[in-house]
Design a protein around this ligand. Sequence first.
Ligand code: GDP
Length: 227
Amino acid sequence: RESWASDSSDSVISSGSDSDGRLYKVILLGEHGVGKTSLARIFGGVEDCAEAEEAGEDAGFPRGRGRGVPGERPLAAVPPVSPTLCFPSPGNTYDRSIVVDGEEASLVVFDIWEQDDSQWLQNHCMKMGDAYIIVYSVTDKVSFEKASELRIQLRRARQTEDIPIILVGNKSDLVRSREVSVDEGRACAVVFDCKFIETSAALHHNVKDLFEGIVRQIRLRKDSKED
Ligand code: GDP
């Protein structure tokens, strides 16, 4: 089990924005069932905290300001978003500030990719993000292939931009039903020129590293633009 920050004074989650005053939009993409919501809810501090605490374990993240409701199970029946509304259902967005490398960064994580089937929403997702997390399940080869398609789609939608993307192989705890090896995941990330990490939302493994990685990727690009 990991903790969000080893120094508790460093792990304070606040409602402030980061040093440049921006709230970075991070979009989760991926097939149904790969663990997008689970990852988002861990980030938001609303996933399984009570259960993990009961088990005497560190849930990985301090409780945060996710717009989901702490302690509640995932919202199963989220009303679809009308294409005329620009904002997703609040239950599917999680915003918080985290301290990475001693500096605060504010992220809002959108788990809206599957919220409705409209092409409009998916096109919007492809355009609105400052960074993307493309998730597949290591137990599902089809979801891995879909991740590649999503990467291609994203590249097409944001041709001229160098957007931070992390490819995530989730469910790494399910060792016996693994269909995608770490090497395959890594190789795919090389081909698609993005970062790669394997996570287990169930064990909260590497989830903190994932979101810290996104912040670092955003900063790298921001810094190189400023140079
Ligand atoms: P989404 O459709 O991509 O948002 O996927 P969900 O987050 O709803 O997860 C789908 C199912 O996979 C749920 O039953 C989760 O509890 C389970 N799940 C998600 N992440 C993991 C993981 O890392 N390990 C295991 N074993 N199950 C997971």
